[in-house]
Structures are given as structure tokens and as C-alpha cells.
Design a protein around this ligand. Structure first.
Ligand code: UD1
Ligand code: CA
Length: 528
């Protein structure tokens, strides 16, 4: 491993990215849930270099804090003006020397850099640690002073061309010639420079001191290091990339989506090979930070982001967007938008559920249809089946919350928490005005507005007895269709009651007012 541990990896990220047509610096654009620069630095960090340098310039007031938030150990080199890739690496070496001076004056200071230095770009998002390690290994094995990662492509337009030495030394690179500086013959070369290199540190430092701006763009080209080193008789090799995708850069938003789709394809393939069923890869998008255990099924239209984890036997989809959501073994989540939530083993969610941060659903629990939850701990086998908002609440095990229940957690000044005990059964269309506590085994009638605590085993009712005001429509809405319908129905009831002798056929309407004095029990709220 020490063989492949480079002295430094330099990630160039100072360019403007004008073709992105964005106020956001190019390297902060994301694929697979992570910024381009985050991916580049992650791949480089995987090699465990002695120093990891990022060269920043354009938009660095946004780029620097982002890098610092990802990896506090990155050495930042500022390139004030983008004078070319060679100049960018000069800036990196200067920052390295500074860092070295500060760390251990004398030892690694100044141009005393030794070992292998890698250069990559911040906008090449599919490059992996493995590909970089392979470059270092092949560079070292060949005894090269410079190794250029190359690719043979159908259309080399825009890339630097890799000019090989003639004759016996054809495995050596004579020069890298930029598109704009190339002659007819060179333009026909289909082997391109990926812009990713391994250098012997001393050779790099020396050659960078000798590059000039005498080219079509008037820039300091890093690519000129190849011809300078070769001119000194050193070994300058080409390492062909096995996987061209890994060398592709993002210059515009078309490439951003192309590489994003390829990353997703690779992520899904990895999961499928590990035992995950992905019914429709084309409509399934997973960040590469997501974990799925074997025998997970992802139905069409699923997006899993961040640190979402799906356990074995669970089914997610169709049509779910979950960010940092943990789905337990055997659970089912259908048409759900969720973040920062935990769904227990065998639990069911949806269709049409909105899980907000702080939601936990216990094993075999249920968050059903048109239900929104936030900071809600819903225990094992508890159910919130229909049309409810559960915010800042705890619901005990085996309790059932009636349809259309609102946990009114906000009094206009602050949020308050409510607790429902175990084995409670609350009626439909309840409002729990927080903070309230409902004891174990308690119940509530339909339409209850719970403003005070309910002791264990109590039935809470807050609605008064129902009163029916007979003939109201006919009197107050005379002449309307409703009044006519009521009149006709009333007439039919009267005549049918008369026809059958009247006993029990129709409850005399007059009496209903008094009958409803019994409290409405929880059974009225039963909606499964
Ligand atoms: C460069 C190579 C070319 C190669 C191509 C691969 C040179 C001269 N040419 O060309 O041979 O085929 O990459 O993509 O190196 N950057 C800085 N500071 C600068 C200039 C560039 O940090 O002053 C960074 C950019 O942000 C970018 C990378 O270096 O990430 C490449 O720069 P770019 O201008 O895209 O180089 P190309 O012209 O594409
Ligand atoms: Ca480029």
C-alpha cells in the first residue's frame, strides 16, 4: 500500500465553467447527491496521499467553504487568475511548499517534494480511487517520470492529442498537443489526454519551471511537461484508461446529466448484483450513499437520497422520494415523500404519506393515506390510517388514531407535544390541542376536541348531544330543491309508516333529539 501512497494529489478546480451558464460554480453542481468537487476529492482522499491540494479560483467564496465542510484536511491553493493548467499546478506546488514549511521546516520544504504527485480535475466526477491507484501502480511499475492517463475516442475534438514517439520508442509519449496548436496530422490522432497524470515530483517541479506561454492560447500548459521531460530523456508513458467514463469531465449541463445518468446506472447495477430488485432502472434514482440490503424491491419512480437505508425484504415504491429515511425489514412504503424518518420492521406507509424529520414508526405500525407526520414517535403496531396530521406527538403501541385527526401542536407562539398512551382508540375527526396527555387504554368519541388530559381508560367526549330541528329546511329554505326533496321524503315516510301499521318502520323523527343524549362512543370513529 505504501507503494501507491502518493506524496500529493492536486485537484484543479479554478476554472470558470462558463458553459454551465450558472451563478453556481461548476464544481458545486451535483450528481448522485454529491458535488463534483466532493466526488473528485473523495476519490483522491481514498489514496491516502500525504497532502491533498485543491486549486481554487473562480467562485472560490462559495467553493472554499464547501470544500472545508467536506474535508478539513485539504490544502487550498488560490489561483487568482486562470493562466492555464501549468500555472494552476505551480500554484498548488507553492501552497504545498508553504504547508511543508509550516509543518516541518526543512524536511519537505520548497522544491524538496519527493515521490509521486497526481494531478486530476475537480470536474471529472466518475473517477474512482481504484482508477487513480491503478495509474500510480502502472506508473511505478513502468518506472516512468510522467504517466498520462489516455483514452482512444471516436471524436477527439477539443482534447489534447497524445503524440507518440516514432519507431521503437512508440510506447513513449513525445508530446501532448492541444487542439488549437495541432497540425493536420496531429488532429487525426484519436488518443486523447484525459488531463489526469502521475508525475515524479522532482521532474514535475523542474519542468514546470521551464514551461512557456508560446502557444495559441497564451497559457501555461501543464501538458508541456510531457515534452520537456521526454526531451530530457526521461520515460513519459501513456496509461490507457480501461473505463473512459471515468476520465470524462463536465463542461455543460448536457454532460452533467449524461454523467449523472451513468453514475446512477452504475449505482443501480451494483445494487442489482448484490440482490436488489430494481423493476425500472430508468425511473429509479439512487444516490451512491444509499444502502439497500438483499431482497429489497424498488418499484418504478423511486428516488433514494442521502443516507437512506432499506433493509431486507422491504418494498419501496412506486413513486417515493426518500431522503435520509431508514426502512426496516419487510416494510412497505408506497407513494411517499419523506426525510429524516425511520420506518420499523413490517410497517406500512402510504399511499400518499408525507414523513417529515423526526418521524419514527414502530414495527408493524401504519402511517396511511394522506397522513403527514413530523417529530412523531408512533410506536409498535400503532396506526394512523387516514387523513391526519401528527406533529410533535407520541402515540403508544397498539393505539389507533381515528380518521381526520389533527395534533394541533402550534399555539401561535410555540410548539407543544402531546402523548397518546398504549392501546388507545381515538375517534374520527379529533383535534388534540397540545400539550395533552391521553392515558393508556383511553378512548375518545368522534369529533372530540381534546383540550385536557384524559386519564387511563376514560372516554373523552366534547361534542354536545345532537339535536334535530324538525322541518327546518322546509321552513327556512322554502321553495328550494332541497326543501322539495325533504318534503317528498317526509311524505313517503309518513305514508309507509301508515301502510305497515307504523311500529318500528320509521323512528318518529320528533324523538331523535332526546335519543342522542348518550355520548358517541369510539365505535363511530371506526375507519380501517
Ligand atoms: C485540458 C488539457 C487537454 C486535455 C483536457 C482534458 C491542458 C493545456 N490541456 O484542456 O490536453 O485533453 O484538459 O479535459 O492542460 N484549470 C485551472 N486553472 C487554469 C486552467 C484550468 O484550475 O488556469 C482547471 C479547470 O478548472 C478544469 C481543468 O483545469 O477543471 C481543465 O481546464 P480546461 O480549461 O477545461 O482544460 P482544457 O482546455 O479542456
Ligand atoms: Ca475541460
Amino acid at each position: 500500500m505504501s507503494d501507491t501512497r502518493p506524496a500529493a494529489v492536486i485537484v484543479l478546480a479554478a476554472g470558470g465553467g462558463t458553459r454551465m451558464k450558472s451563478r453556481v460554480p461548476k464544481v458545486l453542481h451535483r450528481i448522485g447527491g454529491q458535488s463534483l468537487i466532493g466526488r473528485a476529492l473523495g476519490a483522491a482522499r481514498g489514496l491516502d496521499p500525504q497532502t491533498l491540494v485543491a486549486v481554487v479560483g473562480h467562485g472560490r467564496e462559495q467553493v472554499v467553504p464547501h470544500i472545508e465542510s467536506l474535508d478539513a484536511d485539504v490544502t487550498l491553493a488560490v489561483q487568482e487568475e486562470q493562466l492555464g493548467t501549468g500555472h494552476a499546478v505551480q500554484c498548488a506546488l507553492a501552497a504545498l511548499a508553504d504547508a511543508g514549511d509550516r509543518a516541518d521546516a526543512g524536511d519537505r520544504a520548497g522544491s524538496g517534494l519527493e515521490g509521486t504527485v497526481l494531478v486530476t480535475y475537480g470536474d471529472v466526477p466518475l473517477l474512482t480511487t481504484g482508477a487513480l491507484a491503478d495509474l500510480v501502480a502502472r506508473h511505478t511499475a513502468a518506472g516512468n517520470a510522467v504517466s498520462v492517463l489516455t483514452a482512444v475516442v471516436q471524436d477527439p475534438t477539443g482534447y489534447g492529442r497524445v503524440v507518440r514517439e516514432p519507431g521503437d520508442a512508440g510506447d513513449m509519449v513525445a508530446a501532448i498537443v492541444e487542439q488549437r496548436d495541432a497540425d493536420e496530422e496531429q488532429l487525426a490522432i484519436r488518443e486523447i489526454n484525459s488531463g489526469i497524470y502521475a508525475f515524479d515530483a522532482a521532474v514535475l517541479v523542474d519542468a514546470l519551471g521551464r514551461i512557456r506561454t508560446d502557444n495559441a492560447q497564451g497559457e501555461l500548459y501543464l501538458t508541456d511537461v510531457a515534452a520537456i521531460a521526454r526531451g530530457d530523456g526521461r520515460r513519459v508513458g501513456a496509461v490507457r484508461a480501461d473505463d473512459v467514463w471515468q476520465t470524462e469531465g463536465v463542461n455543460d449541463r448536457v454532460q452533467l446529466s449524461r454523467l449523472g445518468a451513468e453514475l446512477n446506472r452504475r449505482t443501480l447495477e451494483r445494487h442489482m448484483r448484490a440482490g436488489v430488485t430494481v423493476v425500472d432502472p430508468a425511473s429509479t434514482w439512487l444516490d451512491d450513499t444509499v444502502t439497500c440490503e438483499p431482497d429489497v424491491t424498488l418499484l418504478p419512480g423511486v428516488q433514494l437520497h442521502g443516507h437512506s437505508r432499506v433493509a431486507t425484504g422491504a418494498t419501496v415504491g412506486p413513486d417515493c422520494t426518500l431522503t435520509d429515511v431508514v426502512v426496516g425489514p419487510g416494510a412497505s412504503v408506497v407513494r411517499c415523500h419523506g426525510s429524516g424518518a425511520v420506518v420499523g420492521q413490517g410497517a406500512t406507509v402510504g399511499p400518499f404519506a408525507y414523513l417529515r424529520p423526526g418521524t419514527t414508526l414502530g414495527a408493524e405500525g401504519k402511517i396511511g393515506t394522506f397522513v403527514e407526520t413530523k417529530n412523531a414517535a408512533i410506536a409498535e403496531s400503532a396506526k394512523v390510517p387516514h387523513l391526519s396530521y401528527v406533529g410533535d406527538a407520541e402515540i403508544g403501541e397498539h393505539s389507533n388514531i381515528g380518521a381526520g385527526t389533527i395534533f394541533a401542536n402550534y399555539d401561535g407562539v410555540q410548539k407543544n407535544r402531546s402523548t397518546v398512551g398504549a392501546h388507545c382508540k381515538t375517534g374520527s375527526n379529533n383535534t388534540f390541542v397540545a400539550p395533552v396527555e391521553i392515558g393508556d387504554g383511553a378512548a375518545s368519541g368522534a369529533g372530540t376536541v381534546v383540550r385536557r388530559d384524559v386519564p387511563p381508560g376514560a372516554l373523552a367526549v366534547s361534542t354536545g348531544p345532537q339535536r334535530n330541528i324538525e322541518g327546518w329546511t322546509q321552513r327556512k329554505r322554502a321553495g328550494t330543491a332541497a326543501a322539495e326533496a325533504a318534503q317528498a321524503a317526509q311524505a313517503a315516510r309518513t305514508s309507509s309508516a301508515a301502510g305497515t301499521g307504523g311500529v318500528g318502520a320509521a323512528t318518529p323523527a320528533r324523538d331523535t333529539e332526546d335519543e342522542s343524549s348518550a355520548p358517541s362512543g369510539p365505535s363511530e370513529g371506526k375507519q380501517q
